[in-house]
Design a protein around this ligand. Structure first.
Ligand code: ADP
Length: 240
């Protein structure tokens, strides 16, 4: 049986009278690479923000390992986050940027150094520890953000379109990196993208959203070969 880490049940989100999310239920399995896929405005980021604790749902609940965390503040959820434009501190070295979540958590200095070195090694940036973000490429900066998110060994990693600002070659390179990192650290990944091919290439499961509703959830080959609706078939058949 699947090991459910985070259970979202009947999640609803209204902005004024507008229904951004309508009755979303997803069981997130421990260690999976789950991608939230859908066109722009379909509710993916809103759902991720609710998982992160940045937004409160209008209805429904979230259980983490059976504990109700629906109203737990973001800083008390042990989730790592890599959001688009989630800026690095420009005045700090790579090393200090990555150490930031450990300093906030008051982790002992020696352990900080050890964990930062390990996180930088995982993302392939050990040689750049002393540089400032401005001395790095866009892809390298995104890796620093990734190292900063994994350094405190989060229960789950939430990634909102982390690759969409990068050019095609770099994006493909980082897609492979992400898969490798996922295998290596074995943390649950919840990844948002509007790019079908990226979702199908990366994920163990894909959850397809449209107009705030969950259209289908399943393994990439399953949703691709057996789309549950005309919308899913058309959306996955689209050429980028
Ligand atoms: P996606 O990530 O799939 O592009 P979003 O979750 O960002 O979609 O948005 C879903 C819908 O909710 C969109 O129509 C968006 O305009 C609306 N929305 C998102 N955040 C807010 C907000 N803070 N206030 C009002 N409407 C919002």
């Amino acid at each position: 049986m699947a090991d459910v880490q985070l259970q979202a049940t009947g999640i609803r989100k209204l902005f004024g009278g507008f229904v951004a999310l309508d009755d979303i239920s997803i069981d997130i399995e421990r260690g999976e690479f789950l991608t939230l896929l859908g066109p722009s405005g379909s509710g993916k980021t809103t759902f991720l923000n609710i998982l992160a604790g940045f937004e409160a749902p209008t209805g429904g609940r979230l259980l983490q390992d059976g504990t109700d965390i629906t109203h737990r503040p973001a800083e008390e959820r042990d989730f790592g986050m890599v959001f688009q434009g989630y800026a690095l501190f420009p005045h700090m070295t790579v090393e200090r940027n990555v150490a930031f979540p450990l300093r906030v958590r008051k982790v002992a200095k020696a352990e900080q150094a050890e964990r930062v070195a390990k996180a930088l090694e995982v993302v392939g940036l050990s040689a750049h520890a002393g540089k400032r973000p401005s001395e790095l490429s866009g892809g390298q900066q995104q890796r620093v953000a990734l190292a900063r998110a994994i350094v405190f060994e989060p229960d789950m990693l939430l990634l909102d379109e982390p690759l969409s600002a990068l050019d095609k070659n770099l994006r493909e390179q980082l897609q492979e990196e992400l898969q490798r990192i996922h295998r290596e650290i074995r943390t649950t990944f919840v990844f948002v993208t509007h790019d079908q091919s990226e979702a199908l290439a990366l994920s163990s499961r894909v959850a397809i959203f449209n107009h705030g509703r969950l259209q289908q959830i399943g393994a990439p080959d399953e949703v691709y070969t057996r789309p549950a609706s005309r919308f899913v078939a058309e959306f996955l058949g689209q050429i980028n």
